[in-house]
Design a protein around this ligand. Structure first.
Ligand SMILES: Cc1cc2nc3c(=O)[nH]c(=O)nc-3n(C[C@H](O)[C@H](O)[C@H](O)COP(=O)(O)OP(=O)(O)OC[C@H]3O[C@@H](n4cnc5c(N)ncnc54)[C@H](O)[C@@H]3O)c2cc1C
Length: 209
């Protein structure tokens, strides 16, 4: 969760909507944002199986492009108030937001693939049961933070952490499909640095630490 931060446009190509969240160093915006992440399982990818190893990439692109097509051609973010998202209905209006291009009410419960919407809805409802005040109409759900982890994974040997066919190549971190955030990327980096023969003295204080 990013307190005192912003939701920012993060698309990398025309014709797609991607958002991400960050804090400012002084944590001094009046908004907080959280990326709510759900898993995508191999069996979910059956409709994209013809794209082989790029199946999840195609799914990602399709979702981002569908969200763009629902809008007016700008980077305005499709959104719903949180209780409406869970109930699967349109919002008449939205809460104020830090997202500079602006938000508009859109049926994101229908625009997201059903299996993603269902998991998000159940997870968010569960948060509401566990944390009083979480399920508030002051919160917007903005679609979508679709770049949390890589949709492809470069293979590597679990013991050597090296590519099985290219000696000396150590796939590592988010882009290679082994992390989905700052901490998991740092931990994977440490493991790979050790596997590549760098000692802990190099990893500890002045190289990674
Ligand atoms: C706006 C935003 C907000 C985020 N907020 C959070 C958050 O709150 N919490 C969280 O856990 N994660 C967050 N993340 C995700 C987090 O930043 C990444 O998961 C993490 O940085 C991945 O680390 P990495 O080392 O695997 O990859 P990167 O940090 O992307 O490092 C890859 C490096 O490789 C370099 N590179 C690329 N190609 C080449 C090349 N050909 N030759 C040489 N160098 C190359 C790049 O320049 C880069 O420095 C956020 C990401 C963004 C964009």
């Amino acid at each position: 969760m990013c307190p005192g931060g912003l939701i920012v446009p993060s698309a990398t190509a025309p014709g797609e909507i991607v958002v991400n969240g960050m804090s400012m160093s002084r944590r001094d915006s009046p908004f907080a944002n959280s990326g709510m992440v759900t898993s995508v399982e191999p069996e979910d990818l059956a409709p994209w199986a013809k794209y082989s190893v790029f199946a999840a990439m195609e799914l990602q692109a399709e979702v981002e492009q569908r969200l763009f097509a629902a809008g007016d051609g700008s980077q305005k973010g499709p959104a719903l108030r949180l209780p409406d998202f869970i109930a699967g209905k349109m919002s008449k209006d939205l809460s104020p937001s830090s997202y500079i291009p602006g938000l508009y009410p859109a049926p994101i419960h229908e625009l997201l693939p059903g299996f993603i919407y269902k998991r998000l809805r159940e997870g968010l409802a569960d948060f509401g049961r566990q944390m009083r005040g979480f399920l508030t109409a002051e919160a917007n759900v903005v679609a979508t933070e679709s770049r949390t982890s890589s949709p492809v994974r470069i293979p590597r040997d679990p013991a050597t952490l090296m590519h099985p066919e290219m000696e000396g190549l150590f796939p590592c971190g988010e882009g290679a499909g082994y992390a989905g955030g700052i901490i998991s990327a740092a931990m994977d980096g440490q493991n790979v640095a050790r596997a590549a023969g760098f000692g802990d003295w190099l990893i500890g204080d002045w190289w990674i630490g």
